[in-house]
Design a protein around this ligand. Structure first.
Ligand code: FEO
Length: 396
């Protein structure tokens, strides 16, 4: 059996992207990303999802390698984001009799994106598609990650084609299933993928987990990253904890600084946290840190300490951008503390207080506010803040 045949009659035909530098134009891809596509072969043949259009010709080569000149009968579209759907028009040109399977929202989007309105099959919750020897069924999981998202279930083998759910950044360096790769490589990339792409949709992800949790799943075929078999309990547990916004004990210190004074507060706070016994500490200078890594760490750990100078009577812009991203992701709770600085008119600390009120995060202690330059007089206030934060981190 070729490595691309995951199970009898189920083939991986996806592609790796090691050239795009920003996923969605936003998120870095230091180890690439895969766009996963699968062939399910019964008497008839279905393709589950396509790939980003720049890689369409490789998808078609992969398909031809498996089925030669046979035709594809159905394309099942689980998710319409263009990293999975933008080869649909080219696929249709190649296989003009192909019927496109999607729910009502999917079909509306296919019309809107690609002008395709014929040769479609509308399905809904629980609908089935008989390929002759293999029956697929469809289950809606809206907002994981778009409103039309659904999963495709092949009950005989316990396979769920899960769309973005259980996906991860990181290309597939040879192996396809988790027993053919080193899974440890993917856990941090899964957290980063979740925080950046799906992080706003914790409640829909929880609903989806409850829905698919009732299925006897033996293989998960996501749209990005490895196919999961051995590691299913760990993958489901990670997605469960991330979608409940449950942080592990640990502190992220994220700060902005123009001339190093606010930075010295951050360094002092981090040092005092370590002195107090906190071991998982991640410090990010927001002018330079990769935003996706900062988000990943905020999702991973239960405590966030933010520092900002006052800039144009507002927050320092990189700090403001982080706080906006956190608000957009509706994170319900974090142990939160903040500190800031100003030269002639204070604003940053006030803005962070307003942020904590909007988020309904009760700060673990009062803020530390510094006027002008850092001096030894700041050590005690920073130590007090760190002590309150450490007490909260170490409580668990
Ligand atoms: Fe991988 Fe939401 O697309």
């Amino acid at each position: 059996m070729a490595i691309t045949e995951i199970l009898p009659g189920i083939h991986y035909v996806g592609v790796n992207d090691r050239t795009t530098t920003r996923f969605e134009g936003l998120w870095s891809l230091p180890s690439g990303v895969s766009y996963n596509s699968y062939l399910v072969i019964g008497e008839k043949i279905a393709l589950i999802d396509t790939v980003e259009e720049a890689f369409g010709s490789r998808l078609f080569e992969n398909i031809r390698e498996v089925i030669g000149e046979r035709k594809i009968d159905y394309l099942v579209v689980n998710h319409m984001e263009p990293d999975h759907s933008s080869s649909i028009a080219a696929l249709r040109l190649r296989y003009p009799d192909l019927r496109i399977v999607g729910n009502a929202k999917t079909l509306q989007m296919i019309g809107g994106y690609y002008g395709i309105g014929t040769g479609t099959v509308e399905v809904g919750e629980g609908s089935t598609l008989d390929l002759g020897g293999k029956v697929l069924s469809f289950h809606l999981i809206p907002m994981v990650h778009w409103p039309e998202t659904m999963v495709t279930w092949y009950a005989d083998e316990g396979v769920v084609f899960s769309g973005d759910a259980f996906g991860t950044f990181g290309a597939l360096d040879g192996g396809i299933t988790d027993s053919q790769v080193e899974p440890e490589r993917y856990w941090d990339e899964m957290r980063r993928y979740y925080a950046c792409i799906v992080g706003k949709y914790g409640v829909p992800v929880q609903k989806a987990l409850q829905k698919v949790g009732g299925l006897p799943i033996r293989t998960i075929c996501p749209t990005h990253g490895p196919v999961w078999q051995r590691e299913i309990p760990r993958v489901v547990d990670l997605y469960d904890r991330l979608s409940r916004y449950e942080g592990e004990p640990g502190a992220v210190v994220a700060y902005g600084s123009m001339y190093g004074n606010t930075e010295q507060m951050a360094e002092r706070i981090a040092r005092e946290l370590a002195e107090a016994g906190v071991r998982r500490i991640r410090v990010h200078n927001l002018s330079y840190a990769d935003p996706s890594v900062v988000l990943r760490d905020v999702f991973r750990y239960d405590t966030l300490v933010v520092g900002s100078p006052t800039y144009n009577a507002e927050l320092f812009p990189p700090v403001e951008q982080l706080l906006r991203r956190l608000e957009a992701r509706c994170i319900p709770q974090r142990n939160f503390a903040f500190f800031g600085s100003f030269t002639w008119a204070a604003a940053a600390v006030r803005r962070m207080k307003e942020f904590s009120e909007r988020m309904k995060w009760e700060p673990v202690c009062g803020p530390v506010e510094m006027k002008q330059g850092y001096s030894p007089a700041m050590i005690d206030p920073c130590r007090s803040l760190a002590a309150a934060v450490a007490e909260r981190v170490l409580r668990k």
